[in-house]
Design a protein around this ligand. Structure first.
Ligand code: ZN
Length: 94
């Protein structure tokens, strides 16, 4: 199944609060991370903004970013964000 078929219509640009990790932290954003490898179960309900800011700086953006999985090292991490309270998580990519 294609990406668009799976998730439907998605915004092409990140919401303002998601422009970078500093903005996400200040907004109290919930951002999950999940490995795209079906054989890997790695997922995190809330990523640690402080850890990313320490490593990459406040201006680092997660939008369209798919880093290698730290567990299986085969899959790529997909970041998922909540558009608001009680909304389903959406992938942070265009
Ligand atoms: Zn993995």
């Amino acid at each position: 199944m294609g990406f668009n078929a799976r998730y439907g219509h998605l915004p092409k640009t990140p919401p303002a609060w998601m422009a970078n990790v500093g903005a996400m932290k200040r907004a109290g954003a919930v951002v999950a991370a999940s490995c795209g490898n079906p054989r890997c179960r790695y997922s995190k309900a809330q990523i640690d903004f402080d850890q990313i800011i320490a490593a990459k700086g406040e201006d680092y953006s997660l939008w369209d970013r798919r880093p290698p999985c730290p567990v299986c090292r085969e899959g790529r991490i997909v970041f998922l964000y909540a558009g608001g309270a009680h909304t389903p998580l959406r992938p942070a990519r265009s």
